[in-house]
Design a binder for this molecule. Structure first.
Ligand SMILES: [Zn+2]
Length: 117
């Protein structure tokens, strides 16, 4: 997103790095794992159904149809699914030192500790 000159300024203004830092802190406080997907991972341009990459997908195109499997995609939903899957792939590959020996999801007690009594 930062490579796009129109989006770069607004992302920088919003303090993307600070947002990620706060998100990482909150996630780890909850006993969960924070994973960053490579910034150049083609999340929008890859079909989340068959993984076929498309060459060009300008920002004004908000939905598209995969030329290989014919699946229709909402651009943002497709990208979110690809980012989720890439994060799970990284986690399964054990590329994070913090992944070994830690729980992926907190127990019910941890998740609802504030309301349990
Ligand atoms: Zn496809």
């Amino acid at each position: 997103m930062v490579r796009n000159s129109k989006l770069a300024k607004s992302i920088s203004d919003a303090g993307w790095g600070q947002f990620c830092t706060m998100l990482k802190y909150k996630v780890e406080l909850e006993g969960k794992i924070y994973i960053e997907v490579d910034r150049f991972f083609p999340s929008s341009k890859t079909c989340s159904n068959c993984l076929h990459p498309v060459d060009n997908l300008s920002l004004d195109i908000r939905s598209w149809q995969c030329p290989k499997c014919q699946t229709r995609h909402d651009r943002d939903i497709n990208a979110a699914m690809n980012i989720r899957d890439e994060g799970l792939r990284i986690l399964a590959g054990g590329h994070l030192a913090t992944a070994s020996g830690q729980r992926v999801r907190p127990s019910k007690g941890t998740a609802f500790r504030g309301n349990a009594g």
